[in-house]
Design a protein around this ligand. Sequence first.
Ligand SMILES: CC(C)(COP(=O)(O)OP(=O)(O)OC[C@H]1O[C@@H](n2cnc3c(N)ncnc32)[C@H](O)[C@@H]1OP(=O)(O)O)[C@@H](O)C(=O)NCCC(=O)NCCS
Length: 150
Amino acid sequence: MHVVLPNDANPLGFMLGGSVMHLIDMAGAIASHRHTRSRVVTVSVDGVEFLHPVRVGDLLILRSRVTCAFRTSLEVEVEAVSEEALTGTRRLTSRAFLTFVAIDANGRPTPIPPLQVEAPADVRRAEAARARRVQRLETRGRLASNDFSL
Ligand SMILES: CC(C)(COP(=O)(O)OP(=O)(O)OC[C@H]1O[C@@H](n2cnc3c(N)ncnc32)[C@H](O)[C@@H]1OP(=O)(O)O)[C@@H](O)C(=O)NCCC(=O)NCCS
């Protein structure tokens, strides 16, 4: 849970998208650490949308869960929900799917434990994660092929 302070916000008093993304990344990393008990790095973040503005003084609640574990990587779903301080009204602000990779002391990908999924909803989530992974890996490296001068 995060209290939105002026430092997180633009001049209009709305939380910066980058500040929300930072917290989403942290929440995803925490879920990844808990599952792998390894060092992890973020390797990709699927499109993040900002559905509602979050104002200074609101609370931002981050919920993260591992949806599927692969060989060295895992997908984490993160939801950011805003809560108005005075009314308690909650709204889903963002949902994102992030992929983390566990790395060893030399920074190389290292195997992770499987995720035990039994409940039907968890099985469905894992299947959806596998489908997203296929799409993600199809476009992997797209950036590297662009002709930007460094
Ligand atoms: C993450 C990193 C260690 C992967 O190294 P790599 O040489 O590409 O490793 P591999 O090709 O063996 O891939 C390792 C795993 O990452 C997955 N992966 C790699 N690129 C991916 C991408 N763009 N999206 C999703 N998964 C990806 C692979 O599918 C593989 O998963 P699996 O073992 O579960 O099948 C390396 O790219 C890295 O260090 N990146 C920088 C990470 C970082 O600093 N993040 C902070 C933001 S800058």
